[in-house]
Design a binder for this molecule. Structure first.
Ligand code: GLN
Length: 310
């Protein structure tokens, strides 16, 4: 069997493994524009470092990438400010839900890590670099288009607006961080940029392609373009592994054993170092706000391939 036929078969087997569970979980209803999405959908795409691809199910159906965007803004911010970022945000798992505020007071406005909402707001502040939100959003969008090699990616303005209308918790987090002096820009600018980055609409094929540099030491293996240095790529993977699923990060490491980042739109980007980047999407979430069927699919994939980093 050719490598690509074997990969197609793997994707089909994973799909089959989760088929009976598709529709389980609850869609994120705290963002009204996401509450309407049918949970009975599933897509998977993978890109290997040697250039093979496979995809199944609703792999070309667009979705809101939500917190998966935090991986890309972290990459951008590290490229821009380097290690200075770690003065403003930590790199320890929080053991708390994605939108928790409790640790911020005790830790003087320094968020635990860049993948919880509080930390992502600080990262977004670093990206703004004195510019208007629209300029930063355009930069993030151009970055994702370049990484995924697809100019069709857009920001879903309806989702961004829906989140802005109801984003009281994120507004609280941003104001609280600002009170400690850990946001440089106006709170409204940080929130506008953050809501738009979360509202990026992508599909599994695009998302897996965009994450491929993380499986290949920071270099896009298909174009040889260096996105970040090798050390930064290793560190981003480490943070995804320890923090990418919030207070369920330990469980994800236990079940899947790969660096991963989830979003409340139902997507998960997982990285199999030196092998492949995988994107799954299924909108029903588990209690920690991570795709229920997406996690099961990645568990099946790592079992079938042995791609776990452990
Ligand atoms: N935009 C969402 C929020 O800030 C992202 C959360 C997530 O995907 N976990 O609430």
């Amino acid at each position: 069997m050719s490598a690509s036929a074997a990969l197609d078969r793997l994707a089909a087997e994973v799909h089959h493994d989760v088929q009976a569970r598709i529709g389980e979980g609850r869609v994120a209803d705290y963002i009204p524009a996401l509450a309407r999405i049918d949970p009975r959908q599933f897509g998977l795409a993978l890109h290997t470092c040697s250039g093979e691809t496979a995809a199944v199910g609703a792999c070309r159906q667009g979705f809101s990438i939500q917190s998966v965007s935090k991986v890309f803004t972290l990459t951008l911010a590290l490229g821009r400010v380097g290690d200075a970022l770690w003065q403003r945000v930590g790199r320890e798992p929080s053991g708390s839900p994605f939108n928790s505020i409790v640790q911020l007071e005790r830790e003087q406005g320094i968020p635990r890590n860049p993948l919880i909402n509080a930390g992502a707001l600080v990262v977004t502040d670093a990206i703004l670099a004195g510019r208007a939100p629209q300029v930063a959003v355009a930069e993030i969008l151009a970055y994702l288009r370049e990484l995924s090699d697809d100019m069709h990616i857009k920001v879903d303005r309806e989702v961004a607006q829906s989140e802005a209308d109801t984003g009281f918790r994120n507004a609280s987090l941003a104001n609280f961080i600002k009170s400690f002096g850990n946001l440089v820009h106006p709170v409204e600018h940080v929130l506008e940029t953050y809501f738009n980055q979360c509202a990026l609409r992508m599909n599994c094929v695009q998302l897996a392609r965009a994450g491929l540099f993380l499986a290949h030491g920071g270099v896009d293996p298909l174009t040889s373009h260096r996105v970040v240095d090798a050390q930064a790529a290793r560190r981003i993977n480490a943070i995804m592994m320890t923090c990418g699923h919030y207070d369920a990060s330990g469980d994800f490491a236990f079940r899947v054993g790969l660096p991963g980042k989830s979003g409340v739109g139902g997507a998960i980007l997982a990285i199999a170092p030196r092998q492949a980047a995988v994107a799954v999407w299924s909108p029903g979430l588990n209690a920690a706000g991570n795709s229920l069927v997406g996690s099961l699919a990645l568990e099946s994939l790592s079992r079938r391939t042995g791609w776990s980093v452990f």
